[in-house]
Each structure stands twice: as C-alpha cells, then as structure tokens.
Design a protein around this ligand. Structure first.
Ligand SMILES: [Zn+2]
Length: 103
C-alpha cells in the first residue's frame, strides 16, 4: 500500500473505533466505575500516542524549541476553542447515568 492509502485506512479504523466506543456507551449504559475506567483508558492511550508517536516524530524533524512552541500553540488553540465555542460537558451523576451539564 502507498502512504495515502495507509492514512485513509488508519483514519477510517480510528473513526470506526470511536463510533463503536460511543455506541457501546449508549447501548450498555456503563456504571460509574466502568465509565471512569474507560475514560481514563482512552485518555492514557491518547496521551501515550501523542508523546510516543507524534512528539517523537516531531523531534526527529525539528529542534525541541520548535516542537515545544507547536505543542503550546496547539494547547492554546484548543483552550481558546473550548472557551469560545458553545458546547456541553458530559459528566456522571450520582446515579451513574451520563448527564449533560452546561459549561
Ligand atoms: Zn469545554
């Protein structure tokens, strides 16, 4: 396979995985502990992928100050979008159900 086909295939698999995870949450209604564990697992996977893959690759391409500036710029852009765009935060209520609360 060529590079573009790999990217499209892996992006599709990642998107389907996200959809499957969301479907499982809506169909099974996991309890508080299960949901907390699964969210922590997802956060751990994303953080480890970011640091082991993206940051390592970036450091092969450019120097640390450039990579660090890009990292901080990305974090700042996400912070601004979270602050400026209307959205809902999801949390777990006392009963273990998923509730939507306004920011
Ligand atoms: Zn937010």
């Amino acid at each position: 396979m060529n590079g573009l086909a790999d990217v499209i295939m892996l992006s599709t698999v990642a998107g389907l995985g996200t959809a499957l995870g969301g479907l499982i949450v809506f169909v099974r209604q996991p309890g508080k502990k299960s949901l907390g564990f699964l969210m922590g697992l997802a956060a751990g996977v994303m953080i480890m992928l970011s640091f082991l893959e993206l940051m390592a690759e970036a450091l092969h391409i450019a120097d640390l100050p450039v990579v660090a500036f890009g990292f901080m710029t990305g974090a700042f852009i996400l912070f601004l979008l979270d602050f400026l765009l209307p959205h809902k935060h999801f949390s777990v209520s006392e009963k273990g159900l998923i509730d939507a609360i306004l920011p």
